[in-house]
Design a protein around this ligand. Structure first.
Ligand SMILES: *Cc1c(COP(=O)(O)O)cnc(C)c1O
Length: 390
């Protein structure tokens, strides 16, 4: 496997990678260079929601490549106008700013919050973030990420961040002060182990924010864009954030992220010259966003995520009932975790050998984040391979 050796020799060694070389994908399956087929319950970290090799998306991208690839944000283009309008509509936010990644969307969200407080002159600059959260790898994103392993090697980080516990409203209240600028959390913690925020928590944070002119930032980079069975997770609760970050699935594999803000935030926040990105919101990425929205709505992908997500829940619960190594399940829609009492890595390694791609959600939990086009039959196929692998 010479490609693998080359990669190992010339890449900065930052990833713990699986020992396969992937060549192509089709629907919910990946194929390696040795022709082996894998059922994919990872979807490139919840990115490839439409599955691999979606011909319609590919054609739209090819057409855009021939028309216009990059112009920077000095000028408007049709794809950016369309993508902004569509993403604002389906996200429920009033305005969007396009980035190249989730981490960059989080950076922009933090800046938008600070800029809001700056205009108001209210002296608020602190962020309250959550333990076990994950918001990305850039310095600002790491500063609000509640994992010591991601933080310690890079300190000192941005000052003014305090950590509360997700679903513990009192722990948030204890940190709120006249310096609090924004509260940031994931409606479903992804890297933290697939832990949904409760309705009480979300409503409670909203109330704290409303009472104090604090901004509520929801990071929907992993849970957004259909994954939980709603287009965005907050739609289920009807509690709108002031700022929301998106990325992963919004471009179906083309690198793109965004943060959305409400008109209330826009009035006081970022002004021309305050923030920017050379590549963000380029014609190619925006074509991917608009096409993804179009396909998802037309083909009922979100409804499929809800339906097959419920089926996955049922099958995982049955798995728990019939396997001593499986303890519990948690999650929403097609974002689930199975808690084991054995190392997840062992099971994931066996599953790989048996043609199933999985990742963990903590040392003893397996994460299930398949493409949103997954079928009930493919859930059955997954459960069968999983049973063989434990
Ligand atoms: C993946 C992720 C990020 C970071 O996104 P990148 O595109 O890797 O920078 C941020 N927030 C959440 C919730 C994520 O899951």
């Amino acid at each position: 496997m010479t490609y693998k050796k080359d990669a190992q020799d010339y890449l900065v060694h930052t990833y713990n990678q699986f020992p396969i070389v992937v060549e192509r994908g089709e629907g919910a399956y990946l194929y390696d260079t040795e022709g082996r087929k894998y059922l994919d319950f990872v979807a490139g970290y919840a990115v490839s929601s439409l599955g691999y090799n979606n011909k319609e998306l590919n054609e739209a991208l090819k057409t855009q490549v021939d028309e216009l690839l990059h112009i920077s944000n000095l000028y408007y283009s049709k794809p950016v106008g369309k993508a902004a309008k569509e993403l604002a509509r389906v996200s429920g936010m009033d305005r969007v700013f396009f980035t190249n990644s989730g981490g960059e969307a989080v950076e922009g969200a933090l800046k938008a919050a600070r800029r809001y407080a700056y205009t108001k002159g209210n002296g608020r600059y602190e962020f309250i973030a959550m333990q076990h959260s994950f918001h990305g790898r850039s310095m600002g994103a790491v500063a609000v990420t509640g994992h010591d392993a991601y933080r310690a090697p890079f300190e000192p980080l941005m000052q003014g961040v305090k950590f509360a516990e997700l679903n513990d409203l009192d722990s948030v209240k204890a940190l709120v002060s006249d310096k609090t600028c924004a509260i940031i959390f994931e409606p479903v913690q992804g890297e933290g182990g697939i832990v949904p925020a409760t309705r009480e928590f979300i409503e409670g944070v909203r109330a704290i924010c409303d009472e104090n002119d604090i901004l509520m930032i929801m990071d929907e980079v992993q849970c957004g864009m259909g994954r939980t069975g709603n287009m965005f997770c907050w739609h289920e609760y009807g509690i709108r954030p002031d700022i929301m970050t998106m990325a992963k699935a919004i471009g179906s594999g083309v690198p793109v992220g965004a943060f959305g803000i409400t008109d209330k935030v826009a009035e006081f926040s970022l002004k021309p010259g305050d923030h920017g990105t050379t590549y963000g919101g380029g014609p190619l990425a925006c074509t991917a966003v608009a096409k993804t929205v179009e396909i998802m709505e037309r083909d009922g992908i979100v409804a499929n995520a809800a339906k097959v997500g419920a089926y996955l829940e049922q099958k995982l619960d049955e798995f728990i009932a019939s396997h001593d190594c499986a303890v519990s399940r948690r999650g929403k829609g097609l974002m689930q975790a199975l808690q084991l009492n054995i190392p997840a890595g062992l099971v994931i390694g066996k599953a790989l050998e048996n043609g199933l791609l999985l990742i963990n959600a903590g040392p003893e939990a397996i994460r299930f984040i398949p493409p949103l086009i997954i079928t009930e039959a493919q859930v059955d196929e997954m459960i069968e391979i999983l049973s063989k692998s434990v």
